[in-house]
Ligand binder design. Structure first.
Ligand SMILES: Nc1ncnc2c1ncn2[C@@H]1O[C@H](COP(=O)(O)OP(=O)(O)OP(=O)(O)O)[C@@H](O)[C@H]1O
Ligand SMILES: [Mg+2]
Length: 322
């Protein structure tokens, strides 16, 4: 059975004429111990999807569909169960570690907190585990007594990973865990995260705008555009032989891992993703698509099998109804 199964997930911020449909009918699965990358330009709904996996969205978000973690629906879980699941079932690593860590508490105490609360660990056992976790992420255990501002960006991100590992989760969701860091440190942190999840048989959902980074670290890749998955398949196939014109544009835009210039304006891809509150009719990518046909202005193609284990939502995909 899949560890994570997302079925027909829709997420809308707000209501009425100003409603923002940020996620529109996402279906995804992650098998135990596997790594799924989710790519897409800014505003495509990646963080909204990631936050939903741990039910961390603001109250203005309305959701429908299912998010099953080990068969249990995260969206309908009772609060007590959800709190337990958030650490031992699935945990999250965010981009801005400075904002996610509490500035007035020592990092060791912050790593220890979930152990004390969710594992009922004794203070001595928690201290020992914190030292071991810091060593796993490549920091000396003595750094437990540091405050976040005393650490570098890369060290803070290592602390975030230690926190995410604290209660032995089955799934880690990493939302652009390295974007704020310089390219060398990014590569180190990603390699560390990848090594730790592989060694500990943890599933990973890794989010990035950068397809090259994901192709290097994940088994499978999903490409999001305007709130939908437009392509999903084996990571190398999606990166080397994308079936959707948007997937092809993204892989061409990120020839090099962590190229910061590509972040805001992927090379060779004119224009911007649409405003989710004012989506174009038909395929939402058609205004930017070099291969667009007349039918793309009115038909929004479903995600269909383009090759074994590889799906794409494009009228040019063999098997697509249009
Ligand atoms: N709390 C919110 N209230 C209203 N709209 C929101 C909220 N959070 C996100 N949105 C909107 O939802 C859409 C998707 O945003 P999201 O943050 O999921 O995108 P993203 O793919 O993570 O982008 P980025 O690469 O910039 O992180 C955007 O149009 C965004 O403006
Ligand atoms: Mg985001």
């Amino acid at each position: 059975m899949s560890l994570l199964t997302i079925r027909d997930l829709h997420i809308t911020y707000g209501a009425g004429p100003t409603a923002v449909p940020a996620v529109r009918g996402v279906d995804l699965t992650v098998d135990p111990g596997r790594k799924l990358g989710i790519a897409g330009e800014s505003g495509c709904g990646k963080s909204t999807l990631a936050l939903a996996m741990l039910r961390l969205l603001p109250a203005t978000a309305r959701l429908s569909g299912e998010i099953l973690l080990d068969g249990e629906d995260v969206l309908t879980m009772k609060w007590g169960r959800l709190r337990a699941v958030r650490w031992a079932g699935a945990s999250i690593v965010f981009q801005g570690a400075m904002h996610s860590l509490n500035a007035v508490h020592r990092v060791g105490d912050q790593i220890a907190e979930p152990l004390l609360v969710h594992r009922q660990a004794s203070a001595a056992a928690a201290r020992k585990r914190v030292g071991a976790l810091l060593e796993q992420v490549g920091l000396p255990p003595s750094r437990a007594s540091a405050y976040p501002h005393e650490l570098s960006g890369g060290q803070r991100q290592r602390v975030m990973i230690a926190m995410a590992l604290a209660c032995d989760p089955r799934l880690i969701v990493a939302d652009e865990p390295t974007t704020a860091l310089d390219v060398m440190i990014q590569a180190q942190i990603l390699r560390l995260l990848e090594r730790l999840v592989t060694e500990q048989d943890i599933s990973l959902v890794m989010i990035s705008h950068d397809l090259a980074v994901l192709a290097d670290t994940c088994d499978r890749l999903a490409v999001m555009y305007a709130g939908r998955i437009v392509e999903e398949g084996p990571a190398r196939d999606v990166y080397d032989a994308a079936r959707h014109p948007y997937g092809r544009a993204l892989s061409a835009a990120f020839p090099r891992i962590g190229d910061p210039a590509s972040r805001l304006a992927p090379r060779g891809l004119p224009g911007d993703p649409p405003d989710p509150a004012a989506l174009p009719p038909g395929c939402t990518f058609h205004p930017r698509c070099p291969s667009a046909l007349e039918t793309c202005r009115s038909e929004d193609p479903p995600l269909v099998q383009a090759a074994p284990g590889h799906r794409a939502a494009c009228v040019l995909t063999p098997g697509s109804p249009a």
